[in-house]
Design a protein around this ligand. Structure first.
Ligand SMILES: Nc1ncnc2c1ncn2[C@@H]1O[C@H](COP(=O)(O)OP(=O)(O)OP(=O)(O)O)[C@@H](O)[C@H]1O
Ligand SMILES: [Mg+2]
Length: 293
């Protein structure tokens, strides 16, 4: 009985992809993660090495995902990049400058809803703009423009408690992008959403990235989500958290849901499964087979 599909290798890049990879590599670096190590020392017990010598580069307008098993240091990594934690070895640089703390040059969208409940949707998006010294009128114009871009123009006067989970995350994205950050840092931003809203948010994010000059570092543990959204995927292993492979996603853009069943999509997902769910099964990276659905 042969009910297995033969897949291409995830390393087999169609010409369009090979061209895009060359073009991406030629772009200026936005963020450089350079030998990052983070040890947590408790009282007496052996230290936890959350990250060990993690290195990769994020280039202008690239969408890069970080994926790995629970506890491999994904949130620790993004917290360091956000300036909310510090490394015990190595450093992360934004535009060549070492990250020493939080800054408006990084936009953040995390899993929990981090909107100010006492401010309207418009007030939430205007908040950072006014902090940067924009006048109320200017901030309002920019904020309204961003709310239109995330299709929430009609909800400007609503309060967060009146919005669905997906809408709240769209406000959080608008708020982050309104500040024109050099990089958008997202830690499982759609993790709390139901499957349908999640896929709508993925489509939304793809659309924003196609239209706006934005560089994204995205953390997820959802393999489909990582392949669907990313140019590259950094795969971390656990204990200690370390880079096990960096994969160039061989799926063409623009992306659409029909690609979930393409050979290159499935081959990449299969490789991620090998690396994450069967960490000792990472044999040679060749042609793959996958059970037919
Ligand atoms: N403040 C802390 N003090 C001590 N240990 C910590 C601290 N923060 C994280 N750790 C440890 O570092 C490791 C990595 O944690 P982290 O939250 O970064 O993992 P993660 O990959 O984001 O996991 P998940 O997928 O479950 O969100 C874990 O072993 C965790 O227990
Ligand atoms: Mg985490």
């Amino acid at each position: 009985m042969n009910d297995l599909l033969t897949l291409p290798s995830y390393l087999d890049h169609p010409p369009e992809i090979a061209e895009r990879i060359t073009e991406l590599r030629a772009r200026p670096s936005v963020m450089c993660v350079d030998g990052l190590t983070r040890e947590f020392r408790g009282s007496g017990a052996a230290p936890t090495v959350a990250l060990s010598n993690v290195s990769f580069e994020v280039r202008q307008r690239e969408f890069i995902s970080v994926i790995g098993p629970s506890g491999c240091g994904k949130s620790t990594l993004i917290r360091i990049l956000a300036g909310l934690d510090y490394p015990t070895g190595g450093e992360a640089r934004l535009d060549g400058r070492a990250i020493r703390g939080p800054g408006a040059d990084r936009g953040m969208v995390f899993q929990g809803y981090t909107l100010f409940p006492w401010l309207s949707v418009l007030g939430n998006v205007m908040f950072g703009l006014k902090m940067k010294g924009m006048t109320g009128r200017q901030a309002q114009r920019v904020a309204r423009d961003w709310l239109e871009r995330v299709s929430l123009g009609k909800f400007a006067e609503h309060y967060p408690s009146q919005l669905s989970g997906g809408m709240k995350q769209r406000v959080a994205i608008a708020r982050a992008l309104a500040n024109e950050p050099r990089i958008l840092l997202m830690d499982e931003p759609f993790g709390a959403l139901d499957a349908q809203t999640r896929s709508a948010m993925q489509a939304h994010l793809l659309e924003i990235c196609a239209r706006v000059d934005v560089t994204v570092l995205f953390i997820t543990h959802d393999l489909d989500e990582a392949v669907y959204l990313s140019d590259r995927i950094v795969v971390l292993g656990a204990h200690p958290g370390r880079v096990v492979e960096i994969i160039d996603v061989p799926v063409t853009r623009p992306r659409g849901p029909q690609q979930f069943l393409s050979g290159h999509f499935l081959a990449t997902k299969k490789r991620l499964e090998e690396l994450i769910h069967r960490p000792h099964g990472d044999g040679p990276a060749g042609d793959g087979e996958i059970a037919a659905a």
